[in-house]
Ligand binder design. Structure first.
Ligand code: HEC
Length: 185
């Protein structure tokens, strides 16, 4: 009888640690997907800025952001996207869970956590969900399209494409939004 308990206990511990490992692997894979998405976007953004300035580069964010995210989603069988409390594209609006996590990121940042390292993962229903904050770095051109003062041509094009745009008025270090990933379990 005693042995049976030991077996059950060992089994429970083993499956708990397998579960933890599984989560760790999912977090690691999620981090890599974030790097892939942001890396590809920033590379294309920089090239487009160089070739034709920020108005030209708007087209990259407008078209390619969703395409690149769709490619990474398809590769893994996940849903990968970007979201924000103050979104530009209404298609990127956060759901209730994402909104809560974004608000929590703001609180954690205000409490002194390094904004570049803010992330959160959780099992929600039958999904593993992961979010990674996107602060505005000092060395990237984010503020040309998300800053407090925009070039009038940039402003005009953004208004054409996104009449309800909320994604301006940011400063270096602010949280622009987050990458959000959903994996079915
Ligand atoms: C050339 C203009 C431009 C630059 C530079 C730019 N963005 Fe954007 N950003 C956009 C546009 C346009 C969208 C809307 C994309 C869409 O339709 O999905 C957007 C959307 C986003 C979103 C998705 C949430 C939302 O608001 O819809 C995030 C997050 C974001 N940008 C972060 C950044 C960060 C961080 C940087 C700097 C590394 C950056 N952007 C640089 C134009 C720009």
């Amino acid at each position: 009888m005693k042995n049976l308990y030991v077996c059950i206990l060992t089994g429970a511990l083993l499956s708990a640690s397998a579960w933890a490992d599984d989560n760790a692997a999912r977090v690691e894979a999620s981090r890599n997907a974030v790097k892939e998405l942001q890396g590809a976007l920033v590379t294309e953004l920089r090239a487009a800025m160089k070739a034709g300035g920020p108005v030209n580069a708007i087209e990259v964010c407008h078209k390619r952001a969703a395409e690149i995210a769709a490619g990474i989603s398809a590769k893994h069988g996940w849903k990968v996207g970007r979201t924000s409390l103050k979104y530009r594209n209404p298609g990127n609006a956060p759901d209730a869970w994402e909104k809560q996590v974004l608000q929590d990121f703001e609180k954690r940042k205000a409490a002194g956590e390094d904004a570049a390292k803010l992330e959160h993962h959780e099992i929600v229903g039958k999904e593993f969900r992961y979010m990674k904050a996107l602060p505005v770095p000092a060395d990237m051109p984010c503020l040309k399209c998300h800053g407090e003062q925009l070039d009038p041509a940039v402003q005009a094009r953004l208004k054409e494409l996104y009449p309800g745009d909320k994604a301006t008025g940011y400063k270096t270090g602010d949280l622009r939004g987050a990458v959000t990933i959903r994996q079915s379990l």
